[in-house]
Design a binder for this molecule. Structure first.
Ligand code: NAP
Length: 318
């Protein structure tokens, strides 16, 4: 059984994530963690979750804390604290604002729960994963980000809808930045085990429109309801279930790569990775030439911003 800590549990994503992970059969303890001053909110959330467990007839333990030592013993720590995007903002606008917070939280996690797996949700998630990796002092296979997992699920849904098949028949993924330069892997997309490019309707697939929908999905939701909640929360929960169940599924998360995809290296970015109790392991793949060009450009972009953010943190003495 496992202890899951959610840092930033008072926020939109954090609070729904707490509910979503409570449905995972391997979880028996959830810690709602927040900054000092958020105790009342965290306490209220813990009571509400207790009621949910009572209504479901489950016996999970849920507690709240603003004290770092309470994260000790966590099997997985999920970082959802941070300034969210506002309507009209790019995820990259948040980079400097969130980097200091992530560095501080990562140092705390590395000190109090050095054996845990550390899942980063805070945006821009690829850059923040690199910040967390550096400041936690943990190993690359322990620290990873939500990456393009949710984007991949959005693409999967769009393809299933176009072909009129159940989503479970579609296997696809988006790699690269969780943002504008993300790269759909049509070369790795199958329906019912058949390469999508071999299906007659593929030539009518509105690829550009679908990718525009995927890229702007978050913006449209934020414009209407102020935050994305259920999508990220359930995407996080899938990852947590995969890890804690030692399932060895391949999901597309942000991880530090060292040449697994066409020689691209030294950046934390969305890639297919095997996930299990030991952590995250990027999978070596080959992709077609167009995809290589786009992925390389995406990696260059993220590597550049990551360097800028890490340099600024060092200058500030973090
Ligand atoms: P939110 O509702 O505003 O919640 C923000 C959380 O961060 C709250 O718990 C807040 O604590 C905490 N926080 C803010 N500033 C802090 C600080 N300086 N020190 C400590 N804690 C601080 O935001 P959200 O919608 O949940 O989004 C949270 C993050 O997740 C954002 O960066 C967002 O962009 C990102 N996100 C990523 C994805 C993805 O796919 N990667 C998807 C959705 C969201 P208080 O309650 O005490 O203020």
């Amino acid at each position: 059984m496992a202890k899951v800590t959610i840092i930033g549990a008072s926020g939109h994503v954090g609070r729904y994530t707490a509910l979503a992970v409570s449905y995972i059969p391997y979880v028996d303890e959830i810690v709602l963690y927040g900054r000092e001053g958020s105790e009342e909110v965290l306490h209220g959330l813990a009571c509400d979750l207790h009621d949910s467990f009572a209504a479901r007839g489950t016996t999970l333990e849920v507690s709240f804390s603003t004290t770092p030592k309470d994260i000790t013993g966590s099997d997985i720590v999920i970082l959802t604290s941070g300034v969210p995007r506002r309507d009209g903002q790019d995820r990259m606008d948040l980079a400097h604002a969130n980097a200091r917070l992530v560095a501080q939280m990562a140092a705390m996690v590395g000190w109090y729960a050095p054996e845990c797996l550390f899942l980063i949700v805070t945006n821009p998630v690829d850059v923040m994963t690199a910040v967390a990796l550096k400041y936690s002092g943990m190993k690359p296979n322990q620290v990873f980000g939500l990456g393009t997992h949710l984007d991949s699920m959005r693409l999967k849904w769009n393809i299933a809808h176009f072909f009129g098949v159940h989503v479970s028949e579609v296997h696809t993924r988006i790699i690269g930045e969780h943002g504008d330069s993300m790269v759909p892997l049509w070369s790795a997309t199958t329906i019912g085990g058949i390469s999508i490019q071999n299906l007659p309707r593929f030539e009518h697939l509105p690829e550009e429109r679908i990718m525009r929908n995927v890229k702007t999905a978050g913006t449209h939701i934020i414009r209407r309801i102020g935050a994305t909640v259920y999508g990220p929360g359930d995407a996080i929960s899938t990852i947590v279930r995969t890890v804690l169940g030692n399932e060895n599924r391949i999901l597309t998360v942000s991880a530090q790569i060292s040449s697994e995809i066409e020689g691209v290296a030294d950046v934390c970015i969305g890639v297919p990775a095997k996930l299990n109790r030991a952590g995250v392991f990027p999978v070596a793949i080959t992709i077609d030439d167009k995809e290589v060009g786009e992925f390389t450009a995406s990696a260059d972009k993220i590597r550049g911003i990551t360097k800028e953010v890490l340099d600024r943190l060092s200058e500030e003495g973090c």
